[in-house]
Design a protein around this ligand. Structure first.
Ligand code: FAD
Ligand code: SIN
Length: 535
């Protein structure tokens, strides 16, 4: 297993100095940066434009028990129920209770959530027992939250954001992290040297052929952390969103669950509803249930998609402007046509294992947001709980990193020699597509041992000639990260011999609490192990 993707010699690399380095610029990164910059010099590096992130694309909203009709207890109960026994209760309490405070803070910072008669208008989404999702212009919540945080970041002292700056690997010395190797087309490789580093690199949806995630979601932070020796957890748990637009040639755009919350109905091509046959909450059942029901119904009807019926919803265009725009682009008339949809990979529940303060198992290395996992989501994420988690663990990681970054970076040297550059030219797009197809088919909504083993063998084979190469652009590094993670995801999915939440095994259809009320933790060069919550 290689430690670094690129050759370097720290003694010769230009240095970018900061007290705290944050990788990523989504909601988790920005909330962490705002907190840490109260006390420390913070450098944020992000591989694309600063807005480009899952956070910016979030639609339905942020779940928070801030309404008079709601309570933290009810939000906690819904989160635990949807988590299917694997949630860490302590983490759930923290996120729900602190999250409500941080959403109020966001409102004080100017976040203009939708209101009706002057009061916040709450939406309802799958798995929630009542309406508790705050949103902006219906389905544009992520862009608004990201913009609110970026505006605040622009005013913060001690906070600098570098765009188009790709973090390739973490720099470690004697088991502690001292920043990262970062790359830009103009400057090449540099050492972003820091007393503490926070990974907030988001999810890994791009590992799947069908995904709601933007191109930046290639799981780089998880792969970097793994190479640096950090523990990853729950890598078998990828959540699929039930409704993405499915039209040949069209992007797999997400159609927010809030549309079903407002009365949208899933049906077959003749307009016949089917969800009641699968779950008493019908369209608003938890996501894993709805995704599997759609898959089953597609098989039964021999169709490649199901349909979302919003023809009866007179206010749909006003309530969901993003959906209206999408429909116009593809000449769908929402008042007359059914919308073809199917599930797509959406949210990575697994990631870098963290404690309640965002600390990873590597000293001075913190993580928050979608690239991290604390056990908060259990085996299935409750809709709109992740923006909330980003705010809470972002703030906690930022505060802890700032408090613990006392000592200056020690003097040390490190280097890595280059590997094979020459040889057969690789078609990176072809490999990326092959990997995404194999994960979609074999590590997808339904899995079994034969398919998982096939995925693992194929990934091992490709890794044999891709991982020991030296690439000099992000396309190659992303592919290397995706291969590493794809293998870990297939392997963990093969090990969890039961069905629970988003992990559904055809060959082990039952939930097995006796053996599997545990998380699978993987670490470089040591065998995977099982741990209980709070262990
Ligand atoms: P992100 O927002 O994804 O940010 C990751 C950042 O890291 C990006 O800036 C990226 O460019 C950067 N990065 C990655 N790798 C590198 C690297 N190697 N070097 C430098 N920078 C790097 N959740 C909800 O709660 N409510 C919703 O309504 C909702 N809707 C969603 C709709 C869509 C279409 C999608 C895709 C997700 C949705 N989610 C929703 C999930 C939620 O948006 C994400 O889980 C959350 O925003 C993740 O935030 P983050 O800060 O952890 O990561
Ligand atoms: C959606 O709007 O349906 C996505 C919400 C989420 O992923 O939490």
């Amino acid at each position: 297993m290689i430690r670094f993707l690129v050759p370097f010699d720290l003694r010769r690399l230009p240095v970018l100095d900061a007290e705290i380095l944050i990788v990523g610029s989504g909601a988790a990164a920005l909330r962490a940066a705002l907190e840490a910059s109260l006390a420390r010099r913070v450098l944020v590096v992000t591989k694309n434009r600063r807005q480009e992130s899952n956070s910016y694309h979030a639609q339905g909203g942020v779940a928070a028990a801030v309404g008079d009709h709601d309570s933290a207890e009810s939000h906690i109960a819904d989160t635990l129920r949807v988590g299917c026994g694997l949630s860490d209760r302590g983490m759930v309490e923290i996120v729900v209770r602190e999250g409500a405070e941080l959403v109020r803070e966001l409102i004080r910072w100017g976040a203009p959530f939708d209101r009706a008669d002057g009061r916040i208008a709450f939406g309802r989404e799958g798995g929630h027992s009542l309406a508790r999702v705050l949103h902006y212009r219906g389905d544009r919540t992520g862009a608004m939250i990201e913009t609110t945080l970026l505006r605040r970041a622009a005013k913060a002292r001690n906070l600098r954001i570098l765009e188009n700056t790709f973090a390739v690997d973490l720099v470690t010395f004697r088991g502690a992290c001292h920043g990262a190797l970062v790359w830009t087309p103009a400057e090449g490789l540099r050492w972003a040297r820091a007393r503490a580093t926070i990974l907030a690199t988001g999810g890994a949806g791009q590992l799947y052929r069908e995904t709601t995630n933007p191109g930046v979601a290639t799981g780089d932070g998880m792969a970097m952390a793994y190479r640096a020796g950090a523990e990853l957890m729950d890598m078998e748990l990828m959540q699929f969103h039930p409704t993405t637009l499915y039209l040949a040639g069209a992007a797999r755009a997400l159609i927010t669950e809030a549309v079903r919350g407002a009365g949208g109905i899933l049906c077959d091509r003749k307009g016949r509803p089917f969800m009641k046959k699968y779950h008493p909450m019908a369209e608003l059942a938890p996501r894993d249930v709805v995704s599997r029901a759609i898959l089953d119904h597609m098989l039964k009807t021999r169709d490649t998609q199901v349909y979302l019926d919003v023809r009866h919803l007179k206010t749909v265009r006003r309530l969901f402007p993003k959906l209206a725009e999408l429909a116009d682009q593809y000449q769908l008339n929402l008042a007359k046509d059914l919308i073809p949809v199917r599930p797509s990979a959406h949210y990575m529940i697994g990631g870098v294992r963290i404690d309640a303060f965002g600390r990873t198992s590597v000293r001075n290395l913190f993580a928050c947001g979608e690239c991290a996992t604390s056990g908060f989501h259990g085996a299935n994420r409750l809709a709109s709980n992740s923006l909330l988690e980003c705010l809470v663990f972002g703030r906690r990681a930022g505060a802890a990193a700032a408090a613990e970054a006392m000592l200056p970076v020690p003097k040390f040297s490190a280097s890595e020699r280059g590997r094979v550059r020459a040889g057969v030219e690789l078609d990176l797009d072809d490999l990326r597509n092959a990997l995404r197809s194999i994960l979609w088919r074999n590590v997808g909504i339904e899995r079994d041992a034969a398919g998982l083993q096939y995925a693992l063998d194929s990934i091992d084979f490709w890794s044999g000639y891709v991982l020991d190469r030296t690439f000099d652009t992000p396309e190659g590094w992303e592919l290397q990260n995706m291969l590493l993670l794809g293998g870990l995801m297939a392997d963990s999915a093969l090990r969890r011999r039961e069905s629970r939440g988003v992990h559904s095994r055809r060959d082990f259809p039952r939930t097995d609490d006796r053996r599997w009320l545990r998380h699978i933790v993987v670490r470089r060069e040591s065998a995977p192990r099982l741990v209980a919550n709070a262990e």
